[in-house]
Design a protein around this ligand. Sequence first.
Ligand code: COA
Length: 229
Amino acid sequence: MRWIAKTTTLSIRPYQKQDRAGLMKIAADTAFFGEPIEKYMEDRRIFLDSFYAYYTDYEPEHCWVALDNQLVVGFLTGCANTTRQQQINRRNIMPRVYWRFLTMQYKPGPKAWSYFRRMARAQRAHQFAEADLNLYPAHLHINVDAAYRGHGIGLRLMQSFLDQLIYERIPGVHLGTSSENEGACRLYTQLGFQLLDARITSLWEDIIDHPVENRTYGLLLPDPPEQIF
Ligand SMILES: CC(C)(COP(=O)(O)OP(=O)(O)OC[C@H]1O[C@@H](n2cnc3c(N)ncnc32)[C@H](O)[C@@H]1OP(=O)(O)O)[C@@H](O)C(=O)NCCC(=O)NCCS
């Protein structure tokens, strides 16, 4: 981990439009279990357009960022209604990604094609852990720049989003992760998340030399505190 100056000013606040490029950079820089996506995909735009554009462009009100002065150093992208997100993915997000493929706007290389094949196989084999969306309708993704991990940023981002969901009376939240994200699993457990489902996946078998488990964690949320006035 890089040394962070004692004068560093870290803050957490709701996402704003001008944070988009910084958020996307961290999303791609951390996409391979906290390391850059280039380990399995040459063109990061494919991943960002298909995976992260939903949150910044269709549900920015549930995104949070951590800043070091003006620099985005961590983020949480949230979704309050996963069913709605799945519909928007089908109707808006994926058609645009397919169009960009067809019009050769992306530059997928052998690593990306291999990843798409492994992903299709993993999906056919139902290797992705699931959550009951009636109990846990919300979900999230969280990542912190490698140089800023271990300073409480992840915890504060999680607390901000969970408080927001409680205030909005969302009954539960889930998230997908893996056995490779050990620090993240500890963070979720520390916050009270329960392991809901875990499945061994072949998705990373060309890249990681030991079995990897896809995991889904869930947390049921309390009612908001009574209003005094
Ligand atoms: C997981 C992640 C978001 C946590 O953010 P963070 O700012 O580093 O976490 P915090 O400093 O707030 O730590 C909060 C708790 O998380 C756990 N934790 C975080 N990183 C850990 C690590 N590397 N090893 C063990 N525990 C860890 C600890 O329980 C810690 O509590 P403690 O300090 O009281 O022991 C961040 O480390 C990260 O981006 N990691 C790589 C990408 C990733 O795994 N993202 C999640 C994908 S599901």
